[in-house]
Design a protein around this ligand. Structure first.
Ligand SMILES: Nc1nc2c(ncn2[C@@H]2O[C@H](COP(=O)(O)OP(=O)(O)OP(=O)(O)O)[C@@H](O)[C@H]2O)c(=O)[nH]1
Ligand SMILES: [Mg+2]
Length: 316
C-alpha cells in the first residue's frame, strides 16, 4: 500500500485510480493511506459545484477545465452521482460530456456512486478530494447533485462553492430555502441562451448581500451559457478572485467556514459507535423506529459505557 501511495505522489494516475477504488470500497487500509496522504494536502484550490439535476454542472465543469488548461493549470474532478432515479445515467452523461479531456495529462475525472445514505457521500468524497489535492492538481472540482445536507458538507469542504441555477424554472425560490443557498460563494445562472435570466438575477442579487457563514467574503452572481461558452472567463475571474481573498483570510475567519475536520471527526465517531454497538446498525435503527429502545438511553450506554453497553428492551 505504501508503494502505491508513493507512486501516486510521484504522479502515477493508475495508482491514483486504484487508491480511489480502495477508499470507495472502505478498504481496511483506508486510514493508513489517508495518514500518508494528509501531509501532502492543502495546496489545491478546492471548488465545489452543486445544483439541481440537469442545471448544467457537468457542462460548466467541462468549460472550466478547458479554460484552466489554457492557463496551464491541472484539474482533478470528482462527480458524485446519487443513486436517485432522477439523474439515472449521470455517470455515463458526465463521461460523455467531459470525454474530450480524458486523454489530457493534466486532467483526471472520476465519477463516484453514493450509497444513498447519510455519510455515504461526505465520508468518501472528502477523502477522494484529498487524494486529488495530494496528487498535485492545481484545481480540484467536486460536482454533487442537489441542494441538501450532503451538498452543504461539500460546500464546507471547498474553498469556493458554486450553486448552478437556470433561469425561469423556479429553481431560485427552491434554492433560497436550502442550506446551500446560505453558504454558496458564487451563484451561476446557466443557460442564459435559453431563458430570460433577469428575474432570477433580481432574486439572487437581493439575497447575495446576506451572508450567514460569518466570513467576510463577497458573494457573486455570474450569468453564463456553458453550452455556448459564454462568459466562462467571467466565471473563472470570479473563482480566482474568491480564491485570492480566501488565501488572505486569517485563521479565525477560515475556522468559521471550514468543516473538513468536522466531517472527519463525525465519521470517526460513527465508526466508533458502530464498532461498539455489537449488532447490525440497521437492526438497531429498526428497534428505535419501532420504539423498542430509547435512543438517548442507548447512545448514553454505548458512548459512555453505561449498563455494560448492552442494548436493553425499552418496554421492560
Ligand atoms: N441551452 C443550454 N443547455 C445547456 C447548457 N448547459 C448545459 N445544458 C444542457 O443541459 C443538460 C444537462 O447538462 P449537464 O451539464 O449534464 O447538467 P448537470 O447539472 O451536470 O446534470 P446532472 O449531473 O444530471 O444533475 C444537457 O443536455 C446539456 O447539454 C446551456 O448553457 N444552455
Ligand atoms: Mg452532471
Amino acid at each position: 500500500m505504501a508503494s502505491l501511495v508513493q507512486k501516486m505522489l510521484k504522479g502515477d494516475k493508475a495508482s491514483l485510480s486504484r487508491l480511489i477504488t480502495l477508499i470507495e470500497n472502505d478498504h481496511p487500509d483506508t486510514v493508513s493511506i489517508m495518514k500518508e496522504i494528509f501531509p501532502h494536502t492543502g495546496r489545491a484550490h478546492i471548488i465545489g459545484i452543486t445544483g439541481f439535476p440537469g442545471a448544467g454542472k457537468s457542462t460548466t465543469i467541462d468549460r472550466l477545465i478547458a479554460t484552466y488548461r489554457q492557463k496551464g493549470l491541472s484539474v482533478g474532478v470528482v462527480a458524485v452521482d446519487p443513486s436517485s432515479p432522477l439523474s439515472g445515467g449521470a455517470i455515463l452523461g458526465d463521461r460523455v460530456r467531459m470525454k474530450a479531456h480524458h486523454k489530457d495529462e493534466g486532467v483526471f475525472i472520476r465519477s463516484m456512486a453514493t450509497r444513498g445514505f447519510w455519510g455515504g457521500l461526505a465520508r468518501n468524497t472528502h477523502k477522494v478530494m484529498e487524494l486529488l489535492d495530494a496528487f498535485g492538481f492545481d484545481k480540484v472540482i467536486v460536482e454533487t447533485v442537489g441542494v441538501g445536507q450532503d451538498e452543504v458538507d461539500i460546500v464546507g469542504l471547498a474553498h469556493t462553492s458554486l450553486l448552478v441555477l437556470t433561469p425561469g424554472l423556479g429553481d431560485e425560490t427552491q434554492a433560497i430555502k436550502s442550506g446551500v443557498f446560505e453558504v454558496a460563494d458564487i451563484f451561476v445562472i446557466n443557460k442564459i441562451d435559453e431563458g430570460d435570466p433577469l428575474k432570477t438575477l433580481g432574486i439572487l442579487e437581493s439575497v447575495v448581500t446576506t451572508n450567514r457563514s460569518g466570513v467576510n467574503l463577497p458573494r457573486r452572481v455570474i450569468m453564463v451559457s456553458a453550452i455556448e461558452d459564454k462568459n466562462m472567463d467571467g466565471l473563472v475571474d470570479a473563482l480566482e478572485n474568491h480564491h485570492e481573498l480566501w488565501k488572505r483570510l486569517g485563521p479565525e475567519e477560515r475556522l468559521k467556514k471550514f468543516i473538513g475536520t468536522d466531517v472527519i471527526v463525525r465519521e470517526a465517531l460513527m465508526d466508533l459507535f458502530k464498532n461498539r454497538l455489537g449488532q447490525d446498525y440497521d437492526d438497531f435503527k429498526r428497534m428505535l423506529i419501532n420504539r423498542k429502545a430509547n435512543v438517548y438511553t442507548e447512545i448514553e450506554k454505548i458512548m459512555y459505557a453505561k449498563n455494560n453497553g448492552t442494548v436493553q428492551d425499552f418496554e421492560q
